[in-house]
Design a binder for this molecule. Structure first.
Ligand SMILES: Cc1cc2nc3c(=O)[nH]c(=O)nc-3n(C[C@H](O)[C@H](O)[C@H](O)COP(=O)(O)OP(=O)(O)OC[C@H]3O[C@@H](n4cnc5c(N)ncnc54)[C@H](O)[C@@H]3O)c2cc1C
Length: 396
């Protein structure tokens, strides 16, 4: 048996952030990771914005950046003319394509530098609860069962998170339309553009999209996410991607050097993702952006909030639900509004016909915008396709 102030479960971006900031607050912190190699195998498109990094002390590092892009392009089904988002009209949302395994290792190193202990190959197997409060976890470490007692537990165990459910949280279970099934090929010898991340919408990827994220000259992550409610068969998602590649000679000529699969949640912010003594962060708390499917930044941000509230709880020796609600409030203030808006947009976009999606992309791509605004888009729709205003107004 060992005692810590804070036990963090999972060493992804959410866990490393929680461990880093807990340790910085002077809390005795342990972060455990079930895999032997932090960040590996990679299950990620590896696109990340730079907007949040400076606020959270993450310095862009050539060691984990494989490509710095100027912007993103969004193509409608006909692929006529994309919407182009650049630093000028999308601000800091542009960013990098990273080497996720190296990134995750560096984030864990930042936690260790602040004094957190890090144990790999150490899965949490069950929850320790005392008097209705989560008080630690039984883990396997170096072939032995070890009970870690902690004043606060931060579960950062990802999309497939089990710890919250083991502890009794049912609120994080997802509806089918809020789960996206993904497959991605890392391809070489392709005609991707190093300056842009590209997104392709339409029936080629029902209620999802295909992405091409450049990893330098002639190399890219080419992936797809499809809502599982639109799938009849688990092979559908692969077939959609293979079909798209087949119809794009610049990619059909490429070779795949790595293949990954995984799931992402695209839900609204949940009502409840804490219990006395337990805070869920990142994917475990379902904090992925419902329209982009991006969750690295949100995981990191929520990890820092969790560390702040863990500190307050420990200082006050108060592990009540009321105290935990402070964390929920911080997360909701930051993400709830945006995620609700993006969730509605996701639901509506997923139901638009290819023809209407094309019209929408046409309109937005034609508007001269220094900053893309709802008002400007609506004005342009009114001028060009007045009959579509009703349908698109709600979406926009
Ligand atoms: C195919 C795919 C593509 C994606 N592309 C992007 C993208 O381009 N950009 C982006 O921002 N996001 C992307 N995401 C989402 C992004 O990967 C996640 O949002 C992000 O990793 C969340 O970080 P996290 O720390 O919450 O969880 P994770 O990074 O999943 O980390 C959870 C960690 O917990 C560990 N763990 C689990 N259970 C236990 C246990 N019982 N004991 C100990 N350790 C445990 C896991 O091994 C893992 O290391 C993608 C996801 C997928 C599946």
């Amino acid at each position: 048996m060992q005692n810590y102030d804070v036990l963090v479960i999972g060493a992804g971006p959410g866990g490393s952030s929680a461990a880093r900031f807990s340790a910085r607050h002077g809390l005795k912190t342990l972060m455990i990771e079930k895999r032997p190699d932090i960040g590996s195998p990679v299950r990620c498109g590896e696109g990340v914005s730079r907007a949040w990094m400076s606020d959270y002390g993450v310095k862009p590092n050539v060691h984990w950046i494989s490509d710095e892009v100027k912007g993103a392009r969004i193509y409608g089904p006909s692929e006529r003319r994309p919407i182009t988002l650049t630093a000028e009209n999308a601000g800091n949302e542009v960013g990098f394509v990273i080497e996720r395994d190296k990134f995750d290792k560096e984030m864990a190193a930042l936690a260790a530098e602040e004094g957190a202990d890090v144990w790999v190959k150490s899965p949490a197997l069950s929850v320790i609860k005392e008097d209705g409060k989560v008080s630690g976890a039984r883990i396997r470490h170096n072939g032995q069962m070890v009970d870690i007692h902690a004043k606060m537990v931060i579960a950062a165990d990802g999309f497939e998170s089990e710890f919250g459910r083991w502890a009794g949280l049912k609120s994080i279970i997802l509806a089918k339309n809020d789960i996206i099934s993904c497959i991605e090929y890392r391809m070489i010898g392709v005609d991707s553009d190093v300056d842009y991340t590209d997104f392709y919408l339409g029936s080629i990827a029902p209620a999802g999209y295909i992405w091409v994220f450049p990893k330098g000259e002639k190399e890219a992550n080419v992936g797809i996410g499809v809502t599982i409610s639109a799938m009849n068969d688990r092979w559908d998602v692969r077939n959609y991607l293979d079909n798209w590649i087949k119809n794009h000679p610049g990619y059909a000529k490429g070779r795949t050097i790595q293949q990954i699969t995984g799931g992402v949640s695209v839900s609204k912010v949940r009502d409840k993702f804490t219990l006395p003594g337990l805070l869920l962060v990142g994917d475990a708390a379902r904090l992925i952006d419902p329209i982009t499917g991006g969750g690295i930044a949100n995981a990191y941000v929520s990890g820092s909030y969790a560390a702040d509230v863990a500190k307050q709880a420990i200082e006050a020796n108060d592990f009540s639900q009321e105290m935990m609600n402070r964390y929920e409030k911080l997360v909701k203030n930051k993400f709830q509004r945006k995620h609700l808006r993006n969730w509605i947009a996701k639901e509506k976009l997923g139901k638009l016909s290819d023809e209407n999606l094309d019209k929408l992309v046409d309109i937005i791509s034609e508007v001269k915008m220094t900053e893309i605004s709802v008002e400007e888009i609506l004005k342009a729709i009114q001028a060009k396709y007045p009959e579509m205003v009703k349908e698109l107004e709600e979406l926009i």
